[in-house]
Design a protein around this ligand. Structure first.
Ligand code: HPA
Length: 269
């Protein structure tokens, strides 16, 4: 089956489960999936039951899709995403974004845990732009003309309009929201201090192992994106050591603010 056919099969399957006309996709990163628990009139589908879908393997990722009402909007939330470092093909990593578009989502909120280059642990950062350091591009291969052009423009991949809403809400809620460039790597190693020094010179403010592939695919089909990084640690060389436990722990501390913030933003997008 072609990619397009597989997208259609998955779309029909989800529609048959009652997932009709979502307005926004929500991709919830490490430890941030709890937001999906607040979705009302929820239709919940385990990843294992969805045709053509990948499987989550990372601790802190639930591996289920939740559709329903959040802040008066119809949302389709992914509790757990697919990473390239898990051995997934880029097509698997970005397949959910294709399906979100096929189902009718106009916008997507993409969240992640990230290492801070310009920002410290506990901060939320609105992503203004990205640098793709993965050495991959999910659009390599036949172009899906029904989704978008062969050579997509990435100039406004992270919607300025969405960011303005995010900053206004942050101000109202007294949340310290930074803004900056996310540099996406494959992982699974954390970076070396030399890499982080290089990334800093390149203009990066945060580093992480996700988001870039999904945003490329969203931009391809004209979906608007709000990207939010939860900074969980100082990037390599700026603190003594890095580990996943710390990332999960700091996410636990941020998630209260994060949930209130995202819900309020969603209302005004
Ligand atoms: N580097 C890459 N990915 C991350 C980091 C980091 O320091 N922290 C959380 N995700």
């Amino acid at each position: 089956m072609s990619l397009l056919e597989r997208i259609r099969v998955t779309q029909s399957f989800l529609e048959s489960k009652g997932i009709q006309s979502p307005e926004f996709g929500l991709i919830l990163g490490s430890g941030l999936g709890e937001l999906a628990e607040e979705i009302e009139n929820a239709v919940v589908v385990d990843y294992a039951d969805i045709p053509n879908w990948g499987q989550s393997t990372v601790v802190g990722h639930a591996g289920r899709l939740v559709f329903g009402d959040l802040s008066g909007r119809k949302v389709l939330a992914l509790q757990g995403r697919f990473h390239f470092y898990e051995g997934n093909k880029m097509e698997t990593v970005t397949f959910p974004v294709r399906v979100m578009k096929a189902l009718g989502c106009q916008g997507v909120i993409v969240t992640n845990a990230a290492g801070g280059i310009g920002y410290g642990p506990g901060t939320l950062m609105a992503i203004s732009d990205h640098i793709n350091m993965t050495g991959q591009n999910p659009l390599i291969g036949d172009n899906l003309e029904t989704f978008g052009p062969r050579f997509p423009d990435m100039s406004d991949a992270y919607s300025k309009a969405y960011r303005q809403v995010a900053h206004r809400i942050a101000k109202e809620q007294g949340i310290d929201l930074g803004e900056g460039v996310y540099i996406g790597v494959t992982g699974p190693t954390y970076e070396t201090p030399a890499e982080i020094r290089a990334f800093k010179t390149m203009g990066a403010d945060a580093v992480g192992m996700s988001t870039v592939p999904e945003v490329i695919v969203a931009a391809h089909s004209g979906m608007k994106v709000l990207g939010i990084s939860a900074i969980t640690n100082f990037a390599a060389g700026f603190q003594s050591e890095l580990n996943h436990e710390e990332v999960v722990e700091v996410t636990q501390q941020i998630k209260g603010n994060f949930k209130t913030f995202i819900k309020a933003v969603l209302k005004d997008l």
